[in-house]
Design a protein around this ligand. Sequence first.
Ligand SMILES: C[S@@+](CC[C@H](N)C(=O)[O-])C[C@H]1O[C@@H](n2cnc3c(N)ncnc32)[C@H](O)[C@@H]1O
Length: 240
Amino acid sequence: MIKRPKLTRTGKVRKTDPRGLTRGEKFRVKTSRGRKISSVRWLQRQLNDPYVDAAHRDGYRARSAYKLLELDEKFSFLRHAKSIVDLGAAPGGWTQVALKNCGKKARVVGIDLLEVAPLDGATFLKMDFTTNEAEAKMFELLDGPVDLVLSDMAAATTGHQQTDHIRTLALVEIAFDFAKKTLGDGGNFVAKVFRGGADQELLAEMKSCFKTVRHFKPPASRAGSAETYLVAQGFKKGNV
Ligand SMILES: C[S@@+](CC[C@H](N)C(=O)[O-])C[C@H]1O[C@@H](n2cnc3c(N)ncnc32)[C@H](O)[C@@H]1O
């Protein structure tokens, strides 16, 4: 059972807020000279986000941990996974969830452009996953077929909608390609996608490789965010 924070539609803080706010009251950040409006908005959103509070309470490195918990609550892919790949792992929230929910023998191999602080049971690479060297290094670290490939990778946004869409789609395609090479029969693939989901061609290919392919936006994913998740289950190795 996820200890999910009590949410109101507008994301207002809980009654028992540690900052002493009463129900419905929002924490306001003072604007000051030199502080960018965008950083004031970010700070205000963080301070009023019950998932950020919950992550502190539960010891997760990022609020994104709840997205994986909620995805698993709906699709149950963590329990039997022993070998897990975490693409775009920093700061380590999804790896923490995987290590906690996949059982004692679970091992995670994660990769990110950024450094990830160590976690028992996980090995992290600080590399660009889109390079051939990174893929080769990942293969070296993996010991046999993988049960679950997770990708929460997101390309840094440029502000140009079409460019951002293409870059994100490219990451999903590379992650899917890697999943096809590494997943064992019956394995699962979970990936972040944007703007209405994966492209039709990619989706069709996924459907031929997995028993089921679904899109789902977990409640922890902010309503204003264009992200959603693709959950592909029951890999059919023979169909690749
Ligand atoms: C939303 S964060 C992941 C959060 C993570 N799931 C967690 O719970 O802690 C997305 C990550 O993808 C990483 N990323 C983006 N492009 C990448 C690439 N080409 N190779 C490796 N990591 C990448 C970013 O550096 C960033 O840390």
